[in-house]
Design a protein around this ligand. Structure first.
Ligand code: CA
Length: 427
């Protein structure tokens, strides 16, 4: 099945502003409420949202095997379960309908256009998938080294298992929220002082984590494995992912079983899932792996993706300040290796599961993916454009993640992954 939709020569007859994350080569998938409050699956070109439910009802997907209601749903889970061949057929068809010098059927039918096309400010983006299980990895060597230095011992920052295993833990899916949903500052227990009594109250060390996450289709039955080589067949696409963290709560609770309430209060994702197919032109080689991983983790070819990432802080009524520039290509363990490791014991992966990369930190101090690292646990506060300082995230701050890939004049992006911090509820 060819990836014709990726052709850099294509232009859409819909308006696409320069520097848009959503040219006709992107065609991401999401879920939104229309101006008539109807929930539907859709895509986006430029600043136009396209109702795929309506498009399907009007017969524009003729010849592709799809159930009648596949797009008239409140999540992408069933469509994702249809598999890669169907995703490609649909994406190629959307490309054909909306590109210049191709089909003119919809372009010339004003009545249909009225039913199918919406301005972005007329719709409300929803969570794109019903996430059954969410796993968070810890796959950036720079991040793991920085955190090991800060929380434990700079001499032995990387634990011996880290270079052998894509370390991960099972996260909480009920609190995964779409971009734009406010986040309430959590309260919790913190490390005791000299009196031995734990601290208690709103977190003082609220942080973001600059991550990406991939969404899977149904892959393996319980007891079966997926190899590194097969893994990408089962990856539908990627989102930006802010794994909000309360560092003081985390530091007290994480031994011996790992993160819990310091992480599970909220995790924000960008609402459009950009398909792995759309990211195909941006493959790149990952970091060299030394020591060589065990055979089940060995991979060939380019399994990383060159996606430029940014984290920004916007104070209440203030301007945005870029605080970090990183890249998805820095990941030590690739998505394929994470997938193979996740299923090594026969754990089954289902349609709509989500796997986070872990914080993506680069090699330089301005490429760290969390405030913990950027300010070195508050020792070196950042100065924002309005002159105010930040050690961690304040109430009223909005944290925005952005990401895009660019080549041959085509920019494939994710849109904003943002969340504003509300003050803790009184206790
Ligand atoms: Ca994380």
């Amino acid at each position: 099945m060819p990836l014709t939709a990726n052709d850099p020569k294509f232009k859409s007859w819909l308006d696409v502003p320069s520097n848009s994350d959503f040219p006709i080569q992107n065609i991401p998938f999401g879920v939104f409420l229309t101006r008539d409050d109807i929930i539907t699956i859709g895509t986006r070109i430029g600043d136009t949202a396209i109702d795929l439910g309506a498009l399907h009802q009007l017969g524009y997907f003729k010849g592709i095997e799809l159930t009648d209601d596949i797009f008239l749903q409140d999540s992408l889970n069933d469509f994702i379960a249809d598999g890669r061949k169907t995703w490609r057929l649909v994406r190629n068809r959307i490309s054909k309908i909306f590109r210049e010098n191709s089909d003119t059927e919809l372009r010339n039918n004003m009545e249909h256009r009225e039913k199918v096309l919406f301005k972005m400010d007329e719709i409300e983006m929803q969570l794109p998938v019903d996430v059954g299980d969410y796993t968070d990895f810890y796959a950036s060597k720079e991040h793991a080294t920085n955190v090991g230095s800060l929380f434990r011992d700079p001499e032995n920052a990387l634990l011996p298992n880290w270079l052998r295993i894509p370390i991960g833990y099972h996260g909480r899916s009920s609190s995964i929220i779409p971009s734009g949903t406010p986040v309430r500052r959590p309260i919790g227990q913190m490390k005791p002082g000299d009196d031995g009594v734990p601290g208690f109250g709103p977190t003082k060390l609220l942080d973001f984590e600059l991550e990406m996450a991939f969404i899977t289709t149904a892959a393996n039955d319980l007891g079966k494995r997926i190899s590194v080589k097969e893994a990408e067949e089962y990856i539908f696409g990627l989102v930006l992912f802010n794994d909000w963290s309360a560092r003081d709560i985390q530091a007290w609770e994480y031994v011996p079983l790992g993160p819990f309430l310091g992480k599970s209060f909220a995790s924000t994702i960008s609402p459009w899932i950009v398909t792995l197919d759309a990211l195909e032109p941006f493959r790149t080689k990952g970091p060299d792996q030394e020591p060589q991983p065990l055979p089940y983790l060995q991979q060939e070819g380019k399994k990383n993706f060159d996606i430029q990432l940014q984290a920004l802080i916007q104070p209440e009524d203030g301007d945005e300040t870029v605080v970090a520039n990183s890249n998805f290509k820095y990941m030590y363990w690739s998505m394929s290796q994470q997938f193979a490791h996740h299923t090594l014991n026969g754990c089954n992966v289902r349609s709509g599961d989500m796997m986070g990369s872990g914080t993506i930190s680069g090699p330089t101090k301005d490429s760290y993916g969390s405030m913990l690292e950027l300010t070195w646990r508050g020792q070196n506060p950042l100065t924002l454009k309005d002159g105010s300082k930040r050690k961690f995230i304040d109430d009223g701050d909005t944290v925005i993640l952005r990401g895009f890939s660019e080549r041959n004049g085509v920019r494939i992006g994710f849109g904003d992954c943002s969340g504003k911090i509300l003050p803790a509820l009184p206790y």
